[in-house]
Structures are given as structure tokens and as C-alpha cells.
Design a protein. Sequence first.
Length: 350
Amino acid sequence: MSKLKVAIVGAGCIAQKRHIPAFLRLKKYVSLSAICDLNYELAREVAKKFNIPNAYSNLSEMLSKERLDIVDVCTPPGVHAPVAVEAMEAGCHVLLEKPMASNLADCEKMIEAANRNNVKLSVVHNQKFYPPFLEAEGLIKNGAIGELTGMRILSLTSREEYLIHEKHWIHKLPGGIIGETGPHVVYMSLAFVKNVKNVEVTARKITSYPWVLYDDYRIEIEGENITSSIIVSHTNNYTACKVELFGTNYALEMDLESMLLIRYKVSDLKPVTVAKSSISTAWQIVKGVTSNTLKIILGGSMLGHDIMIERFVKSIINNQPVPVTPEEGKETVRVLELIVNKINRNTNIR
């Protein structure tokens, strides 16, 4: 089997930290052939760093010179559509960093191009592919916690990652910084919340950076089955990501930083019941930490990017469905637009 030839478009942080290493780990199946960035010096620098043979500053030139199978788009979302459509018109399968696009019209353009050219199109919803999240989805599907009644998400991003950088492109996104971190909590919610009809948002500004509109959000995503209650904040000096799912019989808590999943149930506050619950929780933590340590020692990956990119590559090799469909990417953009529109309209926002 010949290897799939891959090119990266966009040589920034996410490409260097996540996408390029993920493809390099798949060297049995793919070869990284080229990288393209408007900043040619950056493209050359990254190509040298990762031993990528060719660097370009022009997408059309790259597509004409390289016989590519996959184009991985790591640019800001505002230019996802033109880059992806041109790549698909050249016969390439396309992987997009989240969000799929800045608006629904661009999502439609890409979906139409994928169908017209009979190529695969997928969006990196990486946090859905963390092992605890995948395990939780399986438990919910099998009814292991009873009927799902609600969920809650906590997403904290260190202010040093985005907030303090005045010239960062995220501040130009619709809604500002929520356009970068918001897709994560939306697509995680959509894994369980069905047919979203409404969102409610409270946004505040806590920090003093003049280029920041809001930095702290409380979001309710209301579906026909359950509501997802979300906290998104960029005001702290650390990161955290936790997801809780509530069922009629049990609750699940995912810590997506330590990669742990805990199932718990406390029916009353009697000492014996509390003690049993504490022992169960402690055992699950020890078991999870041991399992994670063994995975790392044996060379396994728990990064969502690694898992999802491998599944995307294998979906091409085996002609199987992509790990995240373009329709899922489009729905995430639709719900994010509802959130941004509510922020813009809500006169109660402080």
C-alpha cells in the first residue's frame, strides 16, 4: 500500500503542536510532503524543524506541484472555505481545524465541494476523542447511568494562551474569543443534546485588556431532551476542562485534563453510603491513573488530535465514514452563531 501524501496549510501553533506530530506518528500510512503558509519564512522554518520536504507560500502552486491525497487546514476559520474548496477541486480529501467555518454559508460551500468532487471532508472536534469522552458516550448509549437528564461543562483557558495577546487573530472572530473556545463546548454538548432550539448567554468582562470584549461566559444550550449548562472563562492562570452527565441512576464526571472518568451515585447522606461512595471514587481514580500511565509507557496517545487524525486517515484507506461529519461541523457553527447573536442582542450583558 502506498502512503497517503499530506500537506499542511497554516504553519502556526496548532499545526506545530498537534497536527504535524499526529501525522508523523502515522508514518506507516502517510508521508508529510509539504507545508504552506502566507508567511514563507515561517513555512520554511517549520518544514526544516519537522523534516517536511517542501515549503510554499501559495496554495495553488503547492496543489499544482504536489500530488496530494490530504490537505490539512490549520488556518484561521475565516479562510477555511476558500482553502478547502480549492483543495477539494484538486481532488484532495480535507481535514479542517475547528470551527468548520465562521458562518453557515461557508459550511455549505465546503459540503457542496466535497460532494461534487467525491472526497472526504472532516472537522477536528478533538475533545470528543479524548478516551474518557469516548468511554462516556459508550456508557450513555448502553444505558449505564439510566435516562440522561442533564449535563454541565466547565472550560477554563489560561489567559496567557489567547487573552493577553492583543494582535491574536481570535479577537477578530465573530463574538471575539468565544469563537475560538466556544466550538469545543458546543460540539461536546451536541454529542448528547438533541435538536438545539435555543441558547441563553450571559457574558462578562473581568480582565482589563482593552482589546477584549468579553472573557467570561455562562451558556445554556437547550435541546428537546436535555440542557447543557456551560461555564467558559479565560480569566485564570490555568486550564481545566470537566464534563458532567446526569442520569436517573448514576452520574458521570470526566476530567479531560487528567483523562479520568468517574461514575458515582449517592442516594443519601448516611455515613455508610458516603463511605462506600468515597471508596468507589478512590478506586476508580487509582484504576484510571494506572491505566493512563501504562498507555503512556507503551507509547499510546490520549490526545484527541492523535486519535481523530488517525481515524480520518483510516477512513480514507478503508473507505469508511469520517470521524466527524461535515454536517456535525456545520451544526456546531449554527449553534455557535446562536450564542454570538444572543451575546450581541442581550442588553443585560455586563
